[in-house]
Ligand binder design. Structure first.
Ligand code: GTP
Ligand code: MG
Length: 208
């Protein structure tokens, strides 16, 4: 599963709805707690249902949303390029996440609302530097016009897939993508059924 975190109003809900059903709302309500969306991918002819957890940015939901960090294999950490404060919160979001989540979690830093160039408070370079400091990917997006949304998610899903493929057999990885945790023991048992990893990787493509 993949989690979206960041300050309230940074655009998490709209980024996800743009990705899942190509929708944007100018007057979207603040998220309460956590909301689940999912999208189906095909890996080696097996349908994978990847889960995306959209969390509330508001501080009062912090303990509730942090409970979802543990199961996350990937994360989009999002700030609003027109709000310096949301960028300054990034260190805290990342440290909270990495303190709780799986050590191999794949993270992408997202500077959202890059359609609002004239209100920009955080330069692209600052975003790039921040991501470099954590050795994570970086992208500026716009949920409003859709810029880089699909690319960012595809990149992350692919990184999650590749990263966890290295350490688990693909069958186990499929289970992980479905949001289940699976032990090494089960992985070994399933190894027989497994096939050529390179071929699986090649076949890994998104369902449009
Ligand atoms: P919480 O659920 O409170 O944590 O906020 P959120 O991060 O989910 O933000 P949300 O997606 O609700 O967006 C907040 C506001 O920003 C809404 O009014 C959106 O319409 C607007 N917004 C989100 N993304 C963009 C964007 O890329 N460009 C512009 N111009 N506005 C955006
Ligand atoms: Mg929201």
């Amino acid at each position: 599963s993949i989690i979206l975190i960041g300050d309230e109003g940074s655009g998490k809900t709209n980024i996800l709805s743009r990705y899942i059903n190509n929708k944007f709302q100018t007057d979207s309500k603040t998220t309460i707690g956590v909301e689940l969306s999912s999208k189906t991918f095909t890996i080696n002819n097996d349908k994978i249902n990847a889960q995306f957890w959209d969390t509330a940015g508001e501080e009062k939901y912090k303990s509730m949303t942090a409970a979802y960090y543990k199961g996350a294999l990937g994360a989009l950490v999002i700030y609003d390029i027109t709000k310096k404060q949301s960028f300054e919160s990034i260190d805290r979001w990342i440290s909270d996440l990495t303190n709780t989540a799986d050590k191999r979690i794949q993270i992408i830093l997202i500077g959202n609302k890059n359609d609002l160039e004239e209100q920009r408070e955080v330069s692209r370079e600052e975003g790039e530097m921040k991501a470099k400091g954590y050795n994570i990917a970086f992208m500026e997006t716009s949920a409003l016009n859709g810029k880089n949304i699909e690319i960012a998610f595809n990149k992350l899903v692919e990184e999650v897939y590749n990263n966890f493929r290295k350490e688990f057999e693909s069958v186990a990885n499929v289970e992980l993508m479905r949001g289940k945790t699976i032990t090494i023991e089960e992985t070994k048992k399933k190894r027989k059924k497994c096939c050529d990893k390179e071929a699986i990787a090649k076949k890994f493509k998104h369902e449009k």
